[in-house]
Design a protein around this ligand. Structure first.
Ligand code: ZN
Length: 335
């Protein structure tokens, strides 16, 4: 749920995900190879853009392209917000967006998550036509409608969650992921509905349901009671799925907070988390103010929750697919 700390946090997340979520830029620079130090600016001049003819359109295109390359030089380096070290972005990307220095797991875009967990070419998105509405005509600092439009434009997604069918090492699964780039992965009506339909589909297909949560935003308060209702709705859907013998594996990534954590994300038959992920309900400041006492070190991290029996295990991102597949095989699901 939203907390007073939201605006700061949101800015921070946006900043980081902006850098994190530009694989295309990184790819473009990868083709030209050669790691660049942030301020070097000579690359633009030497590359093959010099066949520009006299016309004005071409000249302005070349200028735009030069500017883009300047941006991409800066975007090739990112400061780890856990250890503070400067990381070469291409290296981090090869490590699946994990800091090579301290193993901090950055947020990754939903489509990248699908590529890392689902067998190549097997993912088919479902329920993609469900789009968010603004029934309350809600407006805070910005109108919800404008925030939605901006998030849709920035991410290419209609809402914060992707659900579909795919295979993991040839085992059919129904798979979903919430994307923290989209309004902090918050759960509004669309996310809730897609999770419920995903569970129903998994039940129909007798497949396991696997959902990767990256919902730092919790319930989407722009949708008021309609977003809060998703907590009860998804919890009831998980319960019904479970009653029918379905297997739900919930994967908690940084950050999973608020209404998402207080409903479906905490209801997996097996709950796995990535290392050092922030997982909880209200933020630490809110809790500190409410209970008026200090909270333990490492509170609301995967490691703390594992120690206190809330998680089944923690898995590095590079091992996650193998761990899930091992689990699916162990539980004798059809292959
Ligand atoms: Zn680090």
């Amino acid at each position: 749920m939203n907390t007073p700390a939201k605006s700061n946090k949101e800015q921070k997340t946006n900043r980081i995900t902006q850098v994190d979520s530009a694989p295309s830029r990184v790819q473009a620079s990868k083709e030209k190879n050669a790691p660049q130090i942030p301020n070097s600016s000579d690359q633009g001049e030497s590359s093959s853009h010099s066949n520009g003819g006299g016309n004005k359109g071409k000249a302005s295109r070349a200028e735009a392209s030069r500017r883009r390359r300047g941006d991409s030089n800066e975007a090739q380096w990112v400061k780890c917000r856990n250890c503070g070290k400067l990381i070469y972005k291409q290296h981090m990307e090869e490590m699946l967006f994990v800091c090579p220095e301290c193993n901090f797991h950055f947020e990754i875009p939903g489509p990248v998550r699908i590529n890392t967990l689902i067998d190549q070419g097997t993912f088919v998105e479902r329920f993609s036509k469900i789009t968010p509405q603004d029934p309350l005509k809600f407006s805070a600092k910005k109108a919800y409608k404008d925030r939605l439009n901006a998030a849709q434009k920035n991410t290419g997604l209609k809402d914060a969650c992707i659900v579909g069918e795919g295979e993991m090492e040839q085992i059919p699964v129904v798979f979903g992921v919430s994307d923290s780039r989209f309004l902090r992965g918050s759960m509004g009506s669309v996310v809730g509905e897609k999770i419920c339909r995903g569970l129903e589909l998994a039940s129909e297909l007798s497949s396991p349901f696997i959902f990767v949560s990256g919902s730092g935003g919790g319930a989407r308060m722009d949708e008021g009671i309609l977003s809060l209702m998703q907590m009860a709705k998804t919890s009831a859907a998980v319960s019904e799925f479970s009653r029918q013998g379905g297997l739900f594996i919930s994967i908690l990534t940084n950050p999973t907070m608020g209404g998402a954590m207080a409903s479906f994300a905490a209801l997996g038959d097996v709950i796995i988390a990535e290392p050092k992920a922030l997982i909880g309900f209200a933020g630490p400041n809110v809790i500190r103010q409410t209970i008026r006492s200090e909270i333990p070190d490492g509170f609301q991290t995967s490691e703390f929750l594992l120690e206190h029996g809330f998680l089944d295990f923690i898995s590095d991102r590079s091992e996650l697919k193998a761990e899930i597949v091992r689990l699916l095989r162990y539980l004798h699901l059809k292959e």
